[in-house]
Design a protein around this ligand. Structure first.
Ligand SMILES: *Cc1c(COP(=O)(O)O)cnc(C)c1O
Length: 366
């Protein structure tokens, strides 16, 4: 069996985040075994998708759930569901929606690289200023849905989700929350839908540590049922967004595991890493480490912010980020600006924090 090294591809220690470009997250043993078991038998895929959905809905405290091929695929399917909510017979019209309700309202401050997925379905993004009056005025007879992106993506002064839902509800417009990276805290699995979002979208391959190409759509049963006929294994808009039996069972195992792990111990591990790295880095000249909170996507875990004195170091923060990646073993750290980068413990295997510390001592010696 050919491995990464034989292909000339170096494994990377991930002190960056659950970023897709370095593989999202690592699947724990429970997930790998579930996928292995699933790989050994044929099954009725539609039935399996339905049963896994019921089980995930139950576990997460939602009315319904659907496994998607990632949160970005979830944006596509949720966009489709919002159109089908207003036009139940429109399954074959995607992406030509000009005569239908096809506008998705989004706050200017929340535009992001993932919202393109809504446009692929045929929705037109309508940008508004983050003001209640702007939202009320933007809703018209072409409005299909409103998107809301939480935390780091949501800029200061944005309308809160509660405010958005309040306005949307009066006009019967579904609100879709892209919560791809909003785990932990585990409570978020039900928080957004309990608040009244029609659907909340999560990545399976980020902190859940399910298969990298999975995600979940959680929320209203009528919305989820509406996309089933046009999704894998059926034909239509959702067919190219296929998830297999292995991904379905792997993601279910990941959710089961996630509800059982000790989240406090995990938060403490992150604190301990930050303390360890801080002590090592702050003994050096030209760099300074400090605890930062919350982390990359606003998750409530500590991470370590490193400030670089470019003159003393003769290097920018970006040069150092590159040096970590060129190190043996390769370490991905989180880039910031010219003077800052972050070390993130959230994606480390226990023990790797010492490898990261030793790399800091080598690389950050000016
Ligand atoms: C990661 C991310 C996505 C994409 O999730 P995938 O599961 O990789 O498709 C979408 N939106 C946001 C805000 C994200 O952070």
């Amino acid at each position: 069996m050919t491995n990464y090294q034989e292909l000339g591809v170096q494994p990377v220690i991930n002190a960056y985040a659950t970023v897709t470009k370095f593989g999202g997250s690592l699947m724990p043993e429970e997930v790998v075994s579930a996928m292995n078991a699933a790989a050994g038998a044929f099954v009725d895929l539609a039935q399996l998708q339905a049963r896994v959905g019921e089980r995930i809905a139950q576990l997460t405290g939602n009315e319904a759930a659907y496994v998607t091929s990632g949160a970005a695929a979830g944006i596509m399917l949720a966009s489709a569901a919002s159109v089908l909510y207003h036009h139940p017979g429109a399954a074959r019209d995607f992406p030509n929606l000009a005569d239908l309700k096809h506008e998705a309202i989004i706050m200017r401050t929340q535009r992001n690289p993932y919202d393109f997925a809504a446009q692929q379905v045929g929705l037109k993004l309508v940008e508004i200023d983050p003001e209640p009056s702007a939202l009320s005025e933007a809703i018209n007879d072409k409005t299909a849905c409103i998107f809301w992106f939480p935390c780091r993506l949501a800029g200061e002064g944005d309308l809160s989700l509660a405010e958005v839902i309040e306005i949307a509800k009066r006009r019967d417009i579904p609100v879709i929350v892209d919560a791809a990276a909003q785990l932990p805290p585990v409570e978020n699995l039900s928080r957004f839908t309990e608040m009244g979002a029609a659907l909340a979208l999560f990545s399976g391959g980020k902190d859940l540590r399910g298969p990298q190409p999975t995600g979940m759509m959680l929320g209203r049963r009528d919305f989820i049922e509406s996309i089933r006929p046009l999704s894998n294994p059926n034909h239509g808009l959702g067919r190219p967004l296929k998830v297999g039996k292995e991904e379905l069972m792997g993601l279910l195992a990941a959710v089961e595991r996630y509800l059982l792990i000790d989240h406090e111990a995990r938060a403490q591990y992150c604190e301990d890493c930050v303390t360890l790295w801080g002590a090592a880095i702050n003994a050096l000249d030209g760099v300074q480490a400090a605890r930062d909170f919350p982390n990359e996507a606003g998750q409530p875990l500590a991470w370590c912010r490193v400030t670089v004195d470019g003159e003393l170091m003769g290097a920018t923060a970006d040069d150092l980020v590159a040096a970590f990646l060129a190190h043996d073993p390769a370490i991905a750290v989180s880039p910031g600006d010219e003077r800052h980068f972050h070390l993130n413990p959230m994606t480390l295997n226990p023990g790797e924090e010492f490898i990261v510390r030793d790399a800091c001592l080598q690389i950050l010696q000016k």
